[in-house]
Design a protein around this ligand. Structure first.
Ligand code: FES
Ligand SMILES: [Fe+2]
Length: 431
């Protein structure tokens, strides 16, 4: 909320200013934290299917927990606490077997649900140890080329969500492309969205509810990063809560007199960490991304995109080409220096510049930030329900969340606003 920086006598100087703080309910993701317990009530992606093989286990960090992921030789994926419950050797160095993983130190064998199957060094033949010990594990499912885990209370486990507009009922000429992962692409324009992001997940998540930065950061501040017509302020620009209370959405019209079109973009966020959107400034239907908190100061993005079968790579590149040719310092993303970032600002650098964790107490939000304020409010309300022992929206035990998709990008006639191309699931009157 708005806060006056000091008294008249202080003259607004930096001296004596209050220590800036963050909003713990939003930003903390570890076990037992308010936001972390909400995030744990939903299936979360943590790797591409292809990254979890029956060769070597992989170290993964999810919601502040260090885990190992593997696939046993029979093909069953596992996600486990890495410290062997015998005497603590890491299962990262374990041997993957037909049924589970064997600790390298004394050979204890655990299946993918943590059952202790074998203790080859055991001297006491009457030992009850196999009945007593269970290596801590989490359920894993594989869907659409991604690996998902559920890290919440067992009795609260929901089914995997159903979102037909994104990942079901594909046309014969369509396929789903999953991206992100443990070792995602780190070069080229795609890296602006993907890779290991070294700051709190909210900076990226709530950026999706901030259409106003497009005309500033991506257009007028340091050159046109998208397309010419984005340089206009969106008009109208509307925000709303989703009708079922699960999140928020905005609708913006990007008007281009030169091209004689209006590009209508509708984007939605669904708590706890989903974004559903159309392709950026190109006509098209929904794609979905999860902003996965690795811990309080790191996150990753996982994404599902519907693509035409004939050229999924091309479609992917088009959808995520952040920069026009010639924009930027002309070198691979990972080689940009501080000076390069000072000359060419991207989503990444402005979000990272908020700090490892954004300090919300310093903020002065205005009507332009309505979407950000709204998604924070929805998240905190649902987190509060979890704290009260209730079920948050879309995460009822044994039920599948179903999300009403209104996101999409459409091209409209400049004068009449009649639909011309793309995906129109909502209009101005719906906002
Ligand atoms: S520490 Fe794992 S078997 Fe001994
Ligand atoms: Fe952006």
């Amino acid at each position: 909320m708005a806060r006056v920086n000091g008294s008249d006598a202080a003259q607004g100087r930096a001296y004596g200013r209050p220590v800036a703080t963050y909003d713990k309910e939003l930003v903390q993701v570890g076990p037992g934290t308010i936001g972390g317990e909400l995030l744990r009530r939903y299936w979360q992606p943590f790797a591409l299917s292809t990254e979890i093989t029956d060769d070597l286990p992989k170290a993964v960090r999810i919601l502040g927990e260090d885990l190992i992921a593997f696939r046993d030789k029979e093909g069953t994926p596992g996600l486990m606490y890495p410290r062997c419950l015998h005497r603590g050797a890491s299962l990262l160095y374990g041997k993957v077997e037909p049924k589970g993983i064997r600790c390298p130190y004394h050979g204890w064998l655990f299946d993918t649900e943590g059952h202790l199957l074998d203790t080859p060094c055991e001297i006491d033949q009457n030992s009850k140890i196999k009945k007593i010990v269970r290596q801590p594990w989490y359920p894993v499912i594989e869907k659409f080329g991604l690996m998902f885990c559920y890290m919440g209370p067992p009795e609260k486990q929901p089914l995997f969500p159903r979102i037909p507009e994104v990942f079901e009922e594909l046309a014969a000429d369509e396929l789903l492309v999953a991206t992100g992962g443990i070792n995602p692409v780190t070069t080229g324009s795609a890296a602006i969205f993907f890779g290991a992001m070294d700051f709190n997940w909210w900076a990226l998540y709530e950026n999706h509810m901030d259409p106003m930065h497009v005309g500033a950061l991506h257009t007028t501040i340091n050159g046109i990063q998208f397309f010419e017509h984005v340089s206009y302020n969106p008009s109208p620009c509307k925000f709303k809560y989703l009708s079922d209370g699960s999140g928020t959405a905005w609708l913006a019209h990007w008007r281009s007199e030169k091209e004689g079109i209006v590009t209508q973009e509708v984007m939605q966020t669904v708590i706890p960490n989903l974004v559903i959107r159309g392709p950026t400034f190109k006509p098209g239907g929904a794609m979905m991304l999860w902003v996965l908190p690795v811990d309080d100061t790191n996150h990753r993005v996982f994404l599902l995109v519907r693509c035409p079968k004939d050229d999924p790579k091309l479609n992917y590149r088009l959808q995520f080409s952040m920069a026009q040719p010639g924009w930027g310092p002309g070198k691979p993303w990972e080689h940009w220096t501080t000076e390069d970032h000072q000359r060419w600002q991207t989503d990444y650098i402005v979000q990272k510049s908020l700090g490892p964790i954004n300090l919300q107490s310093d903020e002065h939000m205005t009507s332009a930030d309505a979407g950000v304020a709204m998604i924070r409010r929805v998240f905190k309300r649902q987190a509060e329900l979890v704290r009260e022992g209730k079920d948050p929206i879309g995460a009822r035990p044994g039920a599948a969340q179903s999300v009403e998709v209104i996101a999409g990008t459409a091209i409209l006639d400049f004068e009449t606003l009649e639909f011309r191309a793309g995906c129109l699931r909502a209009t101005v009157s719906d906002f």
